[in-house]
Design a protein around this ligand. Structure first.
Ligand code: HEM
Ligand SMILES: [Ca+2]
Ligand SMILES: [Ca+2]
Length: 303
């Protein structure tokens, strides 16, 4: 079985990585939160079977999109993946996979957001010919799952304990909708939440039953909301994590020592985050003649 490699497109499409980076940069300057979406996309694609762009398939021709799963709640900016893909197709038709676009856009998005800029992302992934919507809920943890179940799910795909703690640092950017946190505020405030922060959250999320269509949300990190840094760990140590999972990460005896170390040392966090992103991105890829290179990331190729 062939493997992923560094610069897989060096002869078939030498400009591929440069074009993707340029598109990610332009999109970031138009809508900064696109870069945030590329990071979440990597997680939601790679954890579901493989980094194979299964996430990007839309509901059509008998396919039901993974994006319709309740775990995909709040995901955004999918339409701009098509912008990146179109630019790459123009240079090299049917050559660069959507799965590699997911991986490379995550790498470049992380750099735009001030995270590590030296991630060695291999390429050569192929795209799935199907959606795995039926297993999304089994594979992507819920916001109130226990830390031990989250750790074992990551373990199953080769992401170790320290790397898992580092990956959650992605919650140093982006937002959480009220729907995913009102259970910590009503009817009574979760005692593990900092009371001042809880009052702030109640102002942002004033009712126990937010309309899922209303865009009521809280930013993950009030200090550096658009920067991937170790502030997430500082927040959760001060009981200002938004998800139940965030709160548990800070106190569980297995994860707490790493949380403390990451909070104390941004360089160490960056190192572990880079390593973890690579592990995540190499989960079970389709390679060689497996899968296909989709022409349009939203649909499998016509036969
Ligand atoms: C393992 C357990 C995880 C759980 C339970 C979890 C859960 C969530 C939830 C509930 C949200 C908020 C969705 C919303 O209300 O809009 C969110 C946002 C986000 N998650 Fe996670 N997450 C996990 C791991 C990760 C990982 C490993 C990454 C990336 C490496 C990641 C990246 C993000 C990003 C970037 C956002 C913000 C998205 C935006 O603002 O558009 N998450 N996550
Ligand atoms: Ca996938
Ligand atoms: Ca931050």
């Amino acid at each position: 079985k062939s493997q992923l490699q560094v610069n897989y497109y060096s002869s078939s499409c030498p400009k591929a990585e440069e074009i993707i980076k340029q598109q990610v940069t332009v999109l970031y300057h138009e809508h900064g939160n696109t870069a945030i979406s590329w990071v979440r996309n990597l997680f939601h694609d790679c954890v579901v079977k493989s980094c194979d762009a299964s996430l990007l398939l839309e509901t059509a021709h008998g396919v039901v999109s993974e994006q319709t799963s309740e775990r995909s709640f709040g995901m955004r900016n999918f339409k701009y993946v098509n912008t990146i893909k179109a630019a790459v197709e123009k240079e090299c038709p049917l050559t660069v996979s959507c799965a590699d676009i997911v991986a490379l856009s995550a790498r470049d998005g992380i750099a735009m957001l001030g995270g590590p800029s030296n991630i060695e992302m291999k390429t050569g992934r192929k795209d799935s010919k199907e959606s795995y919507v039926g297993v999304v809920k089994d594979l992507i943890p819920n916001h109130n799952d226990s830390i031990s179940s989250v750790l074992s799910r990551f373990q199953d795909i080769g992401v170790d304990l320290e790397a898992t703690v580092a990956l959650l640092g992605a919650h140093s950017v982006g937002r959480v909708h009220c729907m995913n946190l009102v259970h910590r505020l009503y009817p009574t405030v979760d005692p593990t939440l900092d009371p001042t922060h809880a009052s702030y959250l109640k102002r942002r999320c004033p009712t126990p039953n937010p309309d899922p269509k209303a865009v009521e949300y809280v930013r993950n990190d009030l200090k550096t909301p658009m920067i991937i840094d170790n502030n997430y760990y500082k927040n959760i140590l001060q009981n200002k994590g938004l998800l139940t999972l965030d709160a548990e990460l800070a106190t569980d005896p297995k994860t707490a020592p790493y949380v403390q170390k990451m909070a104390d040392d941004n360089g160490y966090f960056n190192e572990q985050f880079s390593r973890a992103i690579v592990l995540l991105s190499e989960n079970n890829p389709l390679v060689g003649d497996e899968g296909e290179v989709r022409k349009d990331c939203r649909y499998v190729n016509a036969i």
